[in-house]
Design a protein around this ligand. Structure first.
Ligand SMILES: NC(=O)c1ccc[n+]([C@@H]2O[C@H](COP(=O)([O-])OP(=O)(O)OC[C@H]3O[C@@H](n4cnc5c(N)ncnc54)[C@H](OP(=O)(O)O)[C@@H]3O)[C@@H](O)[C@H]2O)c1
Length: 305
């Protein structure tokens, strides 16, 4: 018979070990292992999936090898790259975005999103139609454009006047064409991403006492990287095949946001412009009610307290 002292020491021993993970047997790819893609890879690795992950840069392959079983180069602008490895996978996360440059380059957006998605569509054409696939595509709430701060749900009109938004909407339409009885396509429209290394509150506080050269009456939206990782996981677990806004509850305009942050920190307020500057604008109180109704819960509900 086992004594309670034996059990206590067994529990103590188990408490020092990480939770064991069993191989799920799933084969999943992350197209674009950047800020978000890497975090998803980390979570999926913990869950025991066999992973493929892409980068455009050969010098990142060694680093990626610590996260995924099969690190690969994929650059949608390079016709020598192929996504044929996606043909017999169980799941794909599309999380590529144009590399950061000081200005927004329309051609780069076209090449990354439209050519990238086109290459994926071509690769998946070779797949047996009845093989199940879960696909999650990371899009942006930027597609709503300027809705004068109106409450905005997934079925509300998107903006196709701004050429960047037109590209993003077109990419969503292209990826949606894959949806079928056997292929789930979940589009997650993200707010501005923050998290480790992207400390948006600290950046905004950096403007305390100064003038921000953007229209502070516009309402942006936000999402913490942890909640994107959970949202992607939720989409996989629930087998989602629809479009969802993945944003937190913060619906302040820019001026209100910095006012709160500065007041909480005892710093002088930052001032914003009150007219648009010609930059691409998101001005919408983006609703997350559709995901909430399905039972999704956020770990970071608000950008500011
Ligand atoms: N940042 C935001 O606030 C925001 C807001 C809304 C939606 N989103 C969406 O969220 C997703 C993840 O964003 P993120 O912040 O993780 O992006 P990120 O850190 O910039 O990572 C982008 C990834 O895409 C790869 N990439 C760049 N150009 C490519 C090309 N031409 N072909 C193929 N891959 C290419 C990059 O390769 P390297 O590894 O070589 O860099 C990197 O792995 C993206 O789909 C983005 O559109 C972002």
């Amino acid at each position: 018979m086992t004594s309670s002292a034996d059990l206590a020491s067994l529990y103590q021993l188990l408490a020092t070990r990480g939770t064991p993970t069993l191989p799920s047997g799933e084969r999943r790819a992350i197209l674009g292992c950047g800020y978000v893609g890497e975090a998803v890879a980390q979570a999926w690795k913990q869950q025991g999936h066999e992973l493929w992950g892409t980068t455009t840069r050969p010098e990142r392959l060694t680093e990626l090898a610590n996260l995924v079983n099969n690190p690969l180069i994929f650059d949608s602008t390079d016709s020598r790259c192929s996504l044929s490895f996606t043909q017999d996978l169980d799941g794909i996360l599309v999380s590529f975005a144009p590399s950061k440059t000081s200005h927004v380059d329309l051609h780069q957006y076209q090449q990354t999103f439209l050519q990238g998605v086109e290459q994926l569509l071509q690769a998946l054409q070779q797949r047996p139609v009845s093989t199940p696939l879960q696909l999650v595509y990371l899009s942006s709430c930027g597609v709503y454009g300027n809705r004068q701060g109106a409450v905005t749900a997934e079925d509300d009109p998107t903006d196709t006047d701004h050429p960047i938004n037109a590209i993003l909407v077109r990419a969503e339409e292209m990826i949606s064409s894959l949806r079928s009885e056997h292929v789930n396509v979940c589009i997650l429209r993200l707010g501005g991403i923050y998290g480790p290394g992207r400390d948006i509150p600290a950046m905004l506080l950096g403007a305390a006492g100064g003038l921000i050269q953007r229209n502070g009456l516009n309402v942006p939206c936000w999402i913490h990287r942890d909640d994107i990782v959970s949202g992607v996981d939720f989409a996989f677990k629930q087998g989602l095949s629809d479009t969802f806004n993945l944003v937190n509850d913060t619906q302040f305009n820019g001026q209100e946001l910095t006012d709160r942050l500065c007041e909480q920190s005892g710093l002088p307020l930052a001032r914003w412009l009150t007219t648009d500057t010609g930059d691409r604008v998101l001005n919408a109180r983006v609703s997350n009610a559709k995901l909430k109704r399905l039972g999704f819960r956020w770990s970071h509900r608000c950008l500011v307290g």
